[in-house]
Design a protein around this ligand. Structure first.
Ligand code: CP
Ligand code: NVA
Length: 300
């Protein structure tokens, strides 16, 4: 069993992950030895703070061990294929997580590893983040059918893809708020609309109107650095600041997967303000990923 995308999960499986993460958070001692003797390989082609540390700490807390596998110092950087790398890793470790540019590379690892594989972010999805965000929304009393989720900013990349599906499948109403030239991924939009009300809006104030949750992410995702100048200009009117937030519900929460670019997609006042739950989100990555590893290794 793998966790490669939110796309492949139905509402029940999503609910199972959220329930299990909350149980793991409440009773960490219960699982302290569950993965004793097991090894996780953490394959990184891109930078990371939260994902790397939360997976490694999570594996330690479950009694197992994690190995950081850096793309640039491995034979992958000298042309060894994903196929051969996956087959080799699968002979040494019990579970693999990978953060890669191309989703197709992740699928290649999953096809050949012979052990469970977790998507730790590709250009297409970031399911670990989206699932832990659902857990955070549940804790804050916002994960309710009919509640309004507004994603503001770059609606065409991994976070927006995973979150539009996760929130729609969980029964929320989703608004994707983005400039006209930067539309959501149409394949994901089409899929998300099968599960509930999903709208696209290019007016920031209207888009966050009445929202229970306002979520943003960087405008310049890893790999898009060359587009920094034009993206900053196009997205500036979509900054999550106090003025924009005044259009959402008074008790709305503000979310960001981090890392944040303060003064760009979000202001200091908002990210450090009382509606912000960003560090609860960061913490919940740990609990959710422990739940994911336990589930994929069939310990629960
Ligand atoms: N949100 C997230 O995945 O953070 P890192 O890039 O630091 O892992
Ligand atoms: N969309 C961002 C998410 C970082 C966690 C990126 O891909 O860089």
């Amino acid at each position: 069993m793998n966790l490669l995308s939110i796309w492949e999960l139905d509402k029940i499986k999503i609910g199972d992950y959220v329930g299990l993460a909350s149980e793991v958070k409440k009773n960490p001692g219960k699982y302290a030895h569950t993965l004793e003797g097991k090894t996780l390989a953490m394959v990184f082609e891109k930078a990371s703070t939260r994902t790397r540390v939360s997976f490694e700490a999570g594996m330690t807390q479950l009694g197992g061990h994690a190995i950081y596998f850096d793309f640039t110092t491995s034979q992958l950087s000298r042309g060894e294929t994903m196929h051969d790398t996956a087959k080799t890793l699968g002979r040494y470790v019990n579970i693999i997580m990978a953060r890669l540019y191309k989703h197709t590379d992740l699928l290649e690892i999953a096809k050949h590893a012979g052990v469970p594989v977790i998507n730790a972010l590709t250009d297409e999805e970031h399911p670990c983040q989206a699932l832990s965000d659902l857990e955070t929304m549940a804790e804050k009393g916002k994960l309710k059918a009919g509640n309004r989720f507004a994603f503001v900013g770059d609606c065409g990349f991994n976070m927006a893809n995973s979150l539009m599906l996760a929130c729609a499948k969980a029964g929320m109403e989703v608004t994707l708020v983005c400039p006209k030239g930067y539309q959501p991924n149409q394949k994901y939009l089409h899929e998300a609309k099968k599960y509930g009300k999903v709208e696209v809006c290019s007016d920031p104030a209207q888009g966050v109107g009445g929202a229970d949750v306002v979520y943003t992410d960087t405008w310049i995702s890893m790999g898009l650095e060359d587009e920094k100048a034009e993206r900053t200009k196009a997205f500036m009117p979509f900054q999550v600041n106090e003025e924009l937030l005044s259009h959402a519900k008074k008790d709305c929460i503000v979310m960001h997967c981090l890392p944040a670019h303060r003064g760009l997609e979000i202001t200091n006042e908002v990210i450090d303000g009382k509606q912000s739950v960003v560090f609860d989100q960061a913490e919940n990555r740990l609990h959710m990923q422990k739940a994911i590893m336990l589930k994929l290794m069939e310990k629960i």
